[in-house]
Design a protein. Structure first.
Length: 165
């Protein structure tokens, strides 16, 4: 890797850090970074292998699995604070925590109605006032809430997922 590519990689990481969780548009990123779309895709894979980002994909099979990235998260919440110009969005911090702890023990994919799908279960992550409206009609759906001490029925405290890590 040459210096120019390293600088573009640094700029890509800055773009990701400012806008996570973000839905990547590799064509726009390539234009911003003045590089090939495939190179941007490669750099994203390098960042994921290095443990800096996590790429959330849809639950697909075959060739479609290779290219489609639905959201990009930083690997952990500490990176969100270290790379952000100001305090990161608390919703992003919650989702990053949930995703980074669960992806270690099982595959995590996107959900059409909520934030994540894990092994046939749907999870919507939010603060203590998060309602169940979004997942009300979904079977095996749970609301993961921050700033609560204990859960009830299909509400689980966010801190409980820290025990999986």
């Amino acid at each position: 890797m040459n210096i120019a590519t390293a600088l573009k990689l640094k700029r890509l990481l800055y773009i990701i850090a400012k806008s996570v969780p973000f839905k990547p548009n590799f064509t726009k990123l390539a234009t911003l970074l003045d590089m090939n779309r495939n190179t941007v895709s490669d750099l994203m894979c390098y960042l994921e292998k290095a443990g800096i980002i996590n790429q959330l994909r849809a639950e697909t099979e075959g060739v479609r699995l290779l290219g489609k990235v639905d959201k990009v998260y930083l690997n952990n919440t500490n990176l969100a604070y270290a790379l952000s110009d100001n305090t990161p969005d608390i919703g992003n911090v919650r989702e990053t925590f949930f995703f980074s702890t669960l992806r270690v023990v099982c595959p995590v994919t996107t959900s059409e109605v909520a934030d994540f799908t894990v092994g046939g279960y749907t999870f919507e992550v939010g603060g203590k006032n998060k309602s169940q409206k979004q997942v009300h009609d979904v079977e095996n759906a749970y609301v993961v809430k921050d700033d609560i001490e204990y859960g009830m029925r299909n509400v689980v405290p966010l801190w409980a997922f820290g025990f999986l890590y």
